[in-house]
Design a protein around this ligand. Structure first.
Ligand code: SF4
Length: 167
């Protein structure tokens, strides 16, 4: 395992920890449960996230087929088939996310979970700081590309759908 891969796993663990804390904090509002797949779509991710998923698919009997409605190809009967290896974006599903857009703070929150909230109810203490973790992921991916001597650019993303072409 490369240094960047180790750092990626550590980053994933710290994101899981914070996500779990936020889930507990908002437990009275969270409707997320097995079977709800509203957030599951064809995401584009960095190679540092794509490669472990690709490798896990090769090691298992998971069957993936093209999606006809734009949902994620890893959904089967509304359940994620790669839950353990799911990318970072999937680890914050349903939580209130705080991020910068066009030099302004923006908040994204699942309307099923936070139907009765308004923006003033959210603070830096009860939201997920998406930019902070995205920056760390960007740097780790950059290091990974260097380690594996990839010809990909540091901004290149890969659609989860690409797995279909590698089967
Ligand atoms: S990888 Fe799993 S959790 Fe992420 S979008 Fe696909 S099915 Fe949903």
């Amino acid at each position: 395992m490369t240094q960047a891969e180790k750092k990626y796993i550590e980053l994933r663990e710290s994101i899981d920890k914070l996500s779990n804390q936020l889930h507990s904090l908002h437990k009275n509002h969270m409707q997320c449960k097995k079977g709800c797949d509203l957030c599951c779509m064809d995401y584009e991710i960095f190679p540092i996230e794509f490669d472990p998923i690709k490798n896990s698919i090769k090691r298992t009997n998971i069957r993936v087929e093209p999606s006809i409605d734009g949902s994620c190809i890893f959904l089967k009967d509304h359940v994620c088939q790669i839950y353990e290896h799911r990318p970072i974006i999937c680890r914050t599903h349903g939580l209130p996310l705080l991020f910068m857009n066009d030099e302004q703070w923006e908040l994204s929150a699942c309307e099923l979970n936070f139907a009765e909230f308004d923006d003033d109810d959210f603070t830096t203490e009860n939201t997920f700081p998406q930019d902070k973790f995205n920056s760390q992921l960007f740097m780790i991916n950059k290091e990974y590309l260097k380690e594996i001597k990839s010809d990909k650019g540091e901004f290149d993303l890969i659609s989860l759908n690409r797995i279909l072409q590698l089967k």
